[in-house]
Design a protein around this ligand. Structure first.
Ligand code: BGC
Length: 488
């Protein structure tokens, strides 16, 4: 088969079914997404609750009461209050690098377990907080949880999934993020009526954290990671179990080949900077950067605050966050059903165009187009384009950059809003235009291509092929054991 046709047909197809075992496993793993979503969604509502502000941020509360002293867009402009939201993302950034080493040396499972444990400690510290220090330290623990889970869960899902439904399964992660955000919005809506309701809001995160810790003890390790750590027999049995067939020789052999190529690498961090991995480095860096520059987290973190600024009552503001959260969940379903059928590019381009229009018109609806484009694809694409030898490093870069810009937006947005008011949305619109052009020219389609076969995708791309001179060795090696080697 000609290489172009090989890519178009979605690459090599292995035998195997979508087993219940793999679906349940992925559901448990995606719990990490739920926790991330919960933490994303909870602060916006909590920081608009009066008893919370009175206890921890009396200056902001005073500012709020004293309407005449300040421009209404500046009511919430307080660095300590923003640090409460944003400290989590700095901690996640740092933790993602440690997580990369944990998941490479010990497997994806321990990373997920540790992630759950950090979430648990963070939720308890926050729920029982008696001062600002306890609040911020709790957020830092939650951040470690996010760093560990966001590094390991998307990789875990991509490695467990059969290629033909990898997109949909991986988007389970984003689906859980949006369910977590919605759950947080609903809980805030309910607890805001009680004096110490914020404690419940912050503490309830402990429940899914326990589920993730316990669940991850029962999860199975991915075949890729088992092979990487020399457990070949176990890896083959696992592959048979997750694919529901004994005939996994071809896929197993490709995983072994990929692992052998990976084991020649001495320094995975240096490796990803090599010319041959330029596309992976580029996408693992730019996709998270662009994802945050869509401005999504302005809505996620500050929707209740924005609605308060616009003059809505506290109840209505929290309700608006619930509606935004609900739309977010439903819109994510669109991508679950479309991503493996129509591909990643179409969703990116359609979502980008729609976000551009709604941001220029200053409408809240950029939220739903994000939920089927940059939201899920921001986690899917980086996790599926990296071959084994650069996967933990690539994913850590993705998480770290994502967290850095999430932190940046959380930290400066209220201050920028104070100065630029709603004109700020034109700034995000300009970035959406840039990222849509970036995808149109540089991102090849990756739907249905097995993770360890991605090199063909770069090889046949007009721009990236010039970075792949040495790739022929890899290709020849990868096909030593197969008759199905594609030819030019
Ligand atoms: C992003 C988050 C965002 C969430 C919204 C995720 O993919 O990484 O920053 O808050 O989507 O659903």
């Amino acid at each position: 088969m000609a290489r172009g046709a090989y890519i178009e047909s979605g690459g090599r197809q292995y035998e195997g079914n979508v087993t219940a075992f793999v679906l349940i496993t992925c559901f448990v793993a995606a719990m990490g997404g739920l926790l991330f979503g919960y933490d994303l969604g909870i602060t916006g509502g909590v920081t608009s609750m009066e008893p919370f502000l009175v206890k921890f941020f009396p200056v902001v509360y005073q500012q709020m009461l004293d309407d005449s002293s300040t421009n209404q867009y500046c009511k919430f402009d307080n660095q300590l209050l923003t640090l409460f939201t944003s400290s989590l993302y700095l901690a996640a950034l740092i933790a993602s690098f440690f997580a990369a080493t944990t998941s490479r040396l010990f497997g994806r499972k321990p990373s997920m377990f540790l992630g759950g444990l950090f979430f648990l400690v963070g939720a308890l510290l926050n729920g029982f907080a008696v001062n600002v220090e306890m609040l911020i330290i709790g957020r830092i623990f939650l951040g470690f949880g996010v760093g560990y889970c966001n590094q390991s869960v998307p990789i875990y899902l991509s490695e467990m999934a059969p290629a033909k439904i990898r997109g949909a399964l991986n988007i389970g992660f984003q689906m859980m993020i949006t369910i977590g955000i919605l759950g947080a919005n609903l809980i805030n809506y309910a607890t805001s009526k009680y004096k110490n309701g914020w404690r419940v809001s912050l503490g309830v995160g402990a429940v899914p954290a326990v589920l993730l810790c316990v669940g991850s003890l029962f999860l199975e390790e991915t075949p890729n990671s088992l092979i990487e750590r020399g457990q070949h027999v176990k890896a083959k049995t696992m592959l048979q179990k997750i694919r529901g067939t004994n005939n996994v020789d071809e896929e197993y052999q490709d995983l072994v080949d990929a692992s052998e190529a990976a084991s020649k690498v001495e320094n995975p961090w240096k490796n990803i900077t090599r010319r041959r991995y330029r596309p992976q480095l580029t996408f693992c860096s730019f996709i998270p950067f662009f994802q945050q520059l869509t401005g999504i987290n302005v809505i996620m973190f500050y929707a209740p605050v924005l609605f308060t600024i616009l003059g809505f009552g506290n109840d209505a503001s929290l309700m608006s966050a619930v509606i935004t959260g609900g739309v977010n969940v439903i819109a994510t379903l669109v991508s679950v059903f479309c991503v493996d059928k129509f591909g990643r590019r179409l969703l990116f381009l359609e979502g980008g165009a729609q976000m551009l229009v709604s941001q220029i018109k200053n409408e809240n609806s950029s939220d739903d187009s994000f939920a089927w484009s940059w939201g899920p694809l921001g986690w899917l694409v980086p996790s599926e384009i990296c071959s084994l030898e650069v996967r933990p490093a690539g994913q850590a870069i993705n998480v770290a950059i994502n967290m850095f810009f999430t932190f940046g937006i959380a930290q400066v947005f209220l201050s920028l809003l104070c100065h630029f008011k709603f004109g700020l949305f034109f700034f995000f619109a300009a970035w959406v235009l840039v990222m849509t052009i970036f995808i149109a020219f540089l991102l090849p389609e990756t739907k249905n291509v097995p993770v360890e076969e991605m090199h063909y995708v770069w090889k046949s791309h007009w721009f990236w092929n010039k970075y792949m001179p040495e790739c022929e060795d890899l290709v020849a090696g990868a096909y030593n054991n197969s008759e199905a080697a594609p030819s030019n």
